[in-house]
Design a protein around this ligand. Structure first.
Ligand SMILES: C[S@@+](CC[C@H](N)C(=O)[O-])C[C@H]1O[C@@H](n2cnc3c(N)ncnc32)[C@H](O)[C@@H]1O
Length: 375
């Protein structure tokens, strides 16, 4: 029997601020959600303290402009309440960069919450979001962007691909089951944490009604390219079979139906815990690196485009390939992984047409009602 691989200790975005510096797309997605967050805060009961949690925040650099904006607007509207900001991620996350960002010691200091605002208290939590992270009925607004597609454990290594979205039916089914359990746990944890009337707004990677998902929106398929170049290393003898198969993303892109299932049944555990879905929508965010390339015209070479696009892919994916190589010494790992991304970059530079990383999100606005049927 195959054992489940718990990945919580190893999964992480590249640290030292690399993640947020190279993920303009993720920042755009979060900034676009600002008005929705603002509107939700207006409706949440006005307790003495406003407690907010950003689940799966990485180094905090992709959401700090949005939070800075939201807090500035609250202050301008006369809301001077103390605000507690809890940033959560896995224990392997670079929280040091996050805390430095918030104090304006790293990254874009224009949005440093603790520098710009009085009465904003920043905290960090290094426990995964599949568990309850705050005490009962204490959270006013939960937020999460581009994080909850990570499943809590890898049910199988995918034999002939790197991602569940492209996997054989057995692997896909195993990931779907894990993702359903995880989604229920995420929701029940948030139900326990939220105050009555509190909200949980999440912008999750998913599959839209046209079957599109991250890096697969009509142009060249990003995950097929990851697989192609990883397999080439195996065929060349640079990596072993188990290293080839070990590069399985610990991710599952849920469909709208899968996201909504716990809310459709009034007797589900989630409904009984008092959660209701206020709205759901899908959104495609175009790759900002491709847009910049097109805008630049003659001003940007194909090679320069490749060198802007591949690092954004690398910022979140390299952990998967590095982890598959564990046991080798670090210089060897770095060399193999550098060669892998270089091969992808060379292909983009040779013919950039269709290479991009468009984002596909499923956006959910969830409310904790006063009437919960469980304690
Ligand atoms: C792609 S990054 C998104 C970061 C940021 N929210 C954004 O939108 O730019 C995904 C983040 O989710 C975190 N993550 C993955 N699984 C998690 C879990 N079980 N609990 C908390 N964070 C998790 C990763 O460590 C990573 O920092």
């Amino acid at each position: 029997m195959k054992t489940r691989i718990n990945t919580q200790a190893t999964l992480s975005m590249r640290g030292a601020g690399y993640y947020s510096e190279r993920t303009a797309g993720a920042r755009d997605v979060i900034n676009n959600a600002g008005p929705m967050i603002q509107a939700a805060i207006e409706e949440i009961p006005k307790d003495k303290i406003l407690r907010i949690a950003d689940f799966g925040a990485a180094d905090g650099g992709t959401s700090n402009q949005m939070w800075d904006n939201v807090i500035s607007k609250r202050r301008k509207a006369g809301d001077c309440r103390q605000i507690e900001m809890l940033y959560t991620d896995l224990p392997s996350n670079d929280f040091s960069s996050l805390f430095r960002m918030m104090q304006g010691m790293q990254g874009n200091s224009n949005f440093a919450l603790q520098k710009n605002h009085d009465n904003v208290f920043v905290h960090g939590c290094g426990t995964g979001f599949h568990q309850q992270l705050l005490s009962n009925s204490s959270l006013h607004l939960g937020f999460s962007a581009t994080a909850m597609h990570y499943v809590s454990s890898k049910p199988v290594e995918i034999p002939n691909h790197v991602h569940a979205a492209c996997a054989d039916i057995n692997s896909k089914t195993a990931f779907a089951k894990q993702a359903a359990v995880d989604w229920q746990n995420i929701l029940l944890a948030r139900a326990a944490e939220l105050v009555p009337g509190g909200r949980f707004i999440c912008l999750n990677f998913g599959i839209d009604a046209e079957g599109r998902y991250l890096g697969n929106t009509g142009g060249k398929h990003m995950f097929d390219h990851f697989h192609k170049f990883w397999r080439a290393l195996y065929e060349k003898g640079s990596i072993t079979k188990s290293e080839y198969e070990g590069a399985t993303f610990v991710q599952y892109y849920r469909t709208m139906e899968e996201f909504c299932a716990p809310f459709s049944d009034p007797n589900s555990d989630v409904s009984r815990a008092g959660l209701v879905l206020k709205s759901s929508s899908t959104k495609l965010t175009k790759c900002p690196y491709e847009a910049a390339f097109h805008d630049a015209g003659e001003g940007m070479s194909n090679r320069e485009y490749a060198e802007s696009l591949i690092p954004t892919m690398r910022s979140w994916s390299e952990t998967v390939f590095k982890t598959a190589l564990k046991g080798r010494d670090s210089s060897e790992i770095n060399k193999i992984v550098d060669d892998f991304y270089q091969a992808y970059s060379d292909e983009v530079a040779a013919d950039p047409k269709g290479h991009a990383m468009d984002y596909v999100h499923i956006i959910l606005d969830i409310e904790k009602t006063a009437a919960s049927m469980s304690s």
